[in-house]
Design a protein around this ligand. Structure first.
Ligand SMILES: Nc1ncnc2c1ncn2[C@@H]1O[C@H](COP(=O)(O)OP(=O)(O)OP(=O)(O)O)[C@@H](O)[C@H]1O
Ligand SMILES: [Mg+2]
Length: 265
């Protein structure tokens, strides 16, 4: 049995989707992220865990260049998507963000209808030829985000009129409507009730059949449920990274051990 497990572990070599090398982020003079190097696998869910302020969101934003939009942020190091440097001058950040979609910590629907929130991305990227095709994309995204039943009779109402948890699911629908290759989710379930949380976790599991998913979460149970790889951050450092089961049952670094057993955080 043990031998078998060792064999399985040795046989698991991730196909790399995103490779980060020596990434540092400064906000003005504050050094928020320190020499982070990590390979993020394709068709896997990777969880980022760690205490508040340790740099999880900062690092997540590096992966689709969202830090470009923060004037004080300075990013150095290298990040490759499928072997291509995403910080290359020739890369259009808007195109990049269609491939590497993001769901933010706070729901941020556009001040438009529910339908338009989801249809916006597919429309600007030319994913539908007809109105019927666009309707289909919108319905599919809302179904996958577990919002269809609540939204189907009010598609023309403003997205901002939904409850907080519904808005978060709308933002998830918006992010997956363009079929991104990588989905970055920053605490996507923090505003959701247990039922919606379970639905989103199911969606995450479904998405990893085709995509690479990175999720930031404060819930150790959630990380253990949804992810296959876990990265533990502490004070701007990536302290430990590996198979989720290993990180939770057999952490190597005392800081990881303290965090997962609830002693720091
Ligand atoms: N826009 C910003 N301007 C200046 N400093 C920032 C900015 N965003 C984050 N920071 C700082 O960078 C550090 C890391 O923040 P970050 O938001 O990445 O942490 P986090 O791990 O996501 O925390 P949390 O779990 O609370 O969301 C913190 O010290 C934070 O104050
Ligand atoms: Mg954060």
């Amino acid at each position: 049995m043990n031998d078998m497990r060792l064999f399985e572990r040795a046989a698991t070599v991730d196909e790399v989707k995103i490779r980060a090398k020596d990434v540092n982020v400064h906000y003005g003079i504050a050094h928020a992220l320190k020499d982070v190097s990590v390979d993020i696998g394709d068709r896997l869910v990777t969880a980022f865990i760690g205490p508040s302020g340790c740099g999880k969101s900062t690092f997540l934003r590096c992966l689709n260049r969202m830090n470009d939009t923060i004037a004080a942020a300075r990013v150095t190091g290298a990040i490759e998507l499928d072997g291509q440097d995403i910080y290359d001058r020739r890369v259009d950040p808007v195109q990049l963000r269609a491939k590497v979609g993001m769901v933010f910590q706070k729901p941020n629907p556009f001040p438009k209808s529910i339908y338009e929130n989801v249809a916006y991305g597919p429309r600007i990227h030319g994913l539908a030829r007809t109105r019927a095709e666009l309707d289909e994309i919108v319905e599919k995204a809302l179904r996958r985000a577990a919002l269809w039943n609540e939204a189907k009779d009010r598609l023309q109402s403003p997205g901002t009129g939904l409850s907080g948890g519904q808005q978060q699911r709308l933002c998830i629908a918006r992010a997956i409507a363009t079929e991104p290759e990588v989905l970055l989710m920053d605490e996507p379930a923090s505003a959701l009730d247990p039922i919606a949380t379970a639905q989103i976790e199911e969606l995450i599991d479904e998405l990893r059949q085709t995509y690479s998913v990175v999720i930031v979460t404060h819930s150790m149970q959630q990380a253990a449920r949804v992810s296959q790889r876990t990265a533990f951050f502490h004070l701007g450092h990536l302290v430990e990274y590996g198979e989720t089961g290993d990180i939770f049952t057999n952490p190597r670094d005392p800081r990881t051990e303290s965090y997962i057993s609830g002693r720091i955080g």
